[in-house]
Design a protein around this ligand. Structure first.
Ligand code: ADP
Ligand code: MG
Length: 600
């Protein structure tokens, strides 16, 4: 075939393919246009999951009638003039492609009026061909009606999912935009059902409830962090609230919903060791950053961005989320009605008992505690009051209070079933799982040495010879330097056989071959993109193997040491894999159980 220029219809359809994939993409583009136009109220109506109709009406600035024709042409935008502008974009749109794209794959009607004009104008576009402009009486703002989406691209129609799925995508999209713009009024109607309506009075938690339900919304932790031109606000789920996939990890950058792998990774690192393997948090986070620091022109649907200083953004997000999490890790409590099962303390009763008690003692707790969360940490004891004025970061858990992340000083009572330690705290009884607790203690000690780059190693009197499966042996060989860094002196000793000559001093007395085997168990590749992450995983795994087991008798001395060590941990309430280390029976609960206080 000879080379030919594509007809403008075909060219626009191709272009549309990149931007308009499904009904939700139409909603997204039109929503963004309304927001760019400064609309305060945006009303969206959808029929048959958007296949039949998507209509968006806004009270924004409108489009002058003599520009309407231009607005629906390709590469027509009012938001960008020079190519330089591309690097400081503060609007959501800038490519001048959405209206043209939508118009080329549907029957689109644009009705709009600006304040200056007495009348509005209407323009119909069908399969990319514009009709004649007509005058209409209408209010200031823009209404865009998109009918029969993909009527002329049957192949696209085939790729659409079920109505339920497409509708859910629209729902999720609009709800997220509503969350990102809590001061705007959104209304979404699907057929006759109004599925979302927001008041525009800035109450993000109420919108969160629409997205996840009241219970979940109540538990979400609010983040507000600011640092050197970065600002992060929004919500993250506590460690007790998780999902089995990453779909509920939402990021907005400068008001734009993006799917940024690097940000998700940063976030997951913040949760590291606090969640069980395979569990993911739910988040709605809004990052604001100087437009010049971020390139938004790297993806056709603008769903991905590139940061000028990725490391810095990454670290900021990770630290902010981590702070919020550590400030609040509730001790699982025993529900009065459900003896034997655990649940998280309901928000009101998550009080600061224990906190007062802990500071009442002359232990070096306060200093220790603060070194992790640096200077003006608003979660630390004295910092609560000035949380508001703190420029660093603050966490508000709605009506929830952030509990002191540490555990109070505990008085050992003894061991039961050679598995649990029983201890008394200022606020009741603590049952500590010795294995999980020891795992946590070893992990934090090892990571502390790791962070200081000096994990102390001790030689074995008789080196241990360990044979492992070939696959693992290969892995181990590729990680020898990491092992060395961790204090293991390991050498190849024959096919699939290794000699361990030294191991971390922390683990002395334990079986070196068990430690080595733990190290070479399979990796979950996708969760370990960074070296640091790999090291943490290794550390967590070895510590699990090296920790005392359930059913192992401990001397009183050992029990006491374990408790003291646990008290000194940064995240004493969970093991590195996210299981709880303790159950707390509060004085309050005991009193109610014994009928000393009115049962609620
Ligand atoms: P872009 O948003 O990238 O500029 P679009 O094709 O989405 O491109 O829109 C083209 C132009 O039409 C916009 O630049 C804007 O001037 C105008 N426009 C589109 N939608 C609206 C709206 N809801 N209110 C006011 N102006 C709009
Ligand atoms: Mg646009």
């Amino acid at each position: 075939m000879p080379i030919r220029l594509l007809s403008s219809e075909v060219a626009s359809q191709i272009a549309a393919g990149e931007v308009i994939e499904r009904p939700a993409s139409v909603v997204k583009e039109l929503l963004e246009n309304s927001l760019d136009a400064g609309a305060h109220t945006i009303s969206i109506a959808v029929e048959e999951a958007g296949r039949k109709l998507i209509e968006i009406a806004d009270d924004g600035s409108g489009i002058p009638s003599d520009e309407l024709d231009l607005a629906v042409s390709r590469h027509a935008t009012s938001k960008l003039v020079r190519s330089d502008d591309l690097f400081s974009i503060s609007t959501l749109g800038f490519r001048g492609e959405a209206l043209a794209s939508i118009g080329s794959v549907s029957r689109m009607t644009v009705t709009s009026r600006v304040k200056k004009e007495k009348e509005g104008a209407r323009l119909k576009v069908e399969g990319g061909k514009s009709g004649k402009l007509t005058k209409v009486g209408t209010t200031v703002g823009t209404t865009i009606r998109v009918e029969d989406l993909f009527y002329n691209v049957p192949a696209r129609l085939k790729f659409l999912k079920t109505d339920v799925t497409e509708r859910r995508a629209i729902d999720a999209l609009v709800t997220r935009y509503a969350l990102a713009y809590p001061n705007k009024r959104f209304k979404l109607a699907e057929g006759k059902n109004v599925t979302l309506q927001t008041t525009g009075d800035d109450d993000r938690r109420a919108i969160l409830a629409a997205l996840y339900g009241v219970d979940v919304a109540k538990q979400m932790l609010e983040i507000m962090a600011e640092e050197e031109g970065y600002r992060l606000t929004g919500f993250i789920s506590p460690t007790s609230l998780t999902r089995s996939n990453r779909k509920e990890i939402t990021f907005f950058i400068n008001g734009r919903w993006v799917h940024e792998i690097s940000l998700s990774t940063a976030l997951l690192q913040a949760y590291h060791t606090l969640l069980m393997v395979g569990r993911y948090p739910m988040t709605a986070l809004f990052l604001e950053i100087n437009p010049e620091e971020v390139d938004v022109n790297v993806h056709p649907a603008k769903a991905e961005v590139r940061f000028r200083n990725q490391e810095k953004v990454f670290s900021f997000v990770q630290r902010s989320a981590r702070k919020a999490l550590l400030a609040y890790s509730p001790v699982p409590n025993v529900a009065p009605s459900l003896w034997g099962t655990t649940r998280t303390v309901p928000s009101e009763s998550r009080s600061t008992v224990g906190l007062d008690w802990a500071i009442g003692h002359d232990e070096p707790v306060a200093e220790n505690r603060d070194q992790r969360v640096e200077n003006s940490d608003p979660f630390s004891v004295g910092g609560r009051q000035n949380a508001e004025s703190s420029p660093q970061s603050a966490v508000r858990g709605g009506e929830q209070q952030s509990t002191f992340e540490r555990i109070p000083l505990l008085r050992l009572i003894g061991q039961i079933g050679a598995t649990y330690l029983v201890a008394e705290g200022p606020d009741g009884l603590y049952l500590v799982d010795q294995h999980a607790a020891h795992e946590r203690v070893l992990f934090e000690k090892l990571m502390a040495q790791h962070d200081m780059q000096k994990i102390s190693s001790q030689s074995l009197l008789t080196p241990a010879v360990v044979t492992i499966p070939p696959q693992s042996a290969k892995m181990l060989l590729s990680q020898i330097s990491v092992l060395q860094h961790f204090g293991f002196d390991v050498e190849e000793f024959g096919p699939n056989t290794f000699q361990v000559r030294a191991m971390p001093a922390l683990f002395m007395g334990s079986d070196p071959s068990v430690a080595l085997r733990a190290l070479v168990e399979d990796f979950e590749e996708d969760e370990a993109p960074l070296q640091n992450e790999i090291e943490k995983k290794l550390a967590a795994r070895v510590c699990k193997r090296m920790a005392v087991k359930a059913g192992q008798g401990l001397s009183s001395e050992e029990q006491r040491t374990l408790l003291t060590d646990l008290e000194a941990c940064d995240s004493p309430r969970t093991c590195p894999h996210g299981r709880p280390t303790m159950i707390h029976l509060s004085v309050d609960l005991l009193e109610r159980q014994f009928g000393r206080r009115g049962a609620r």
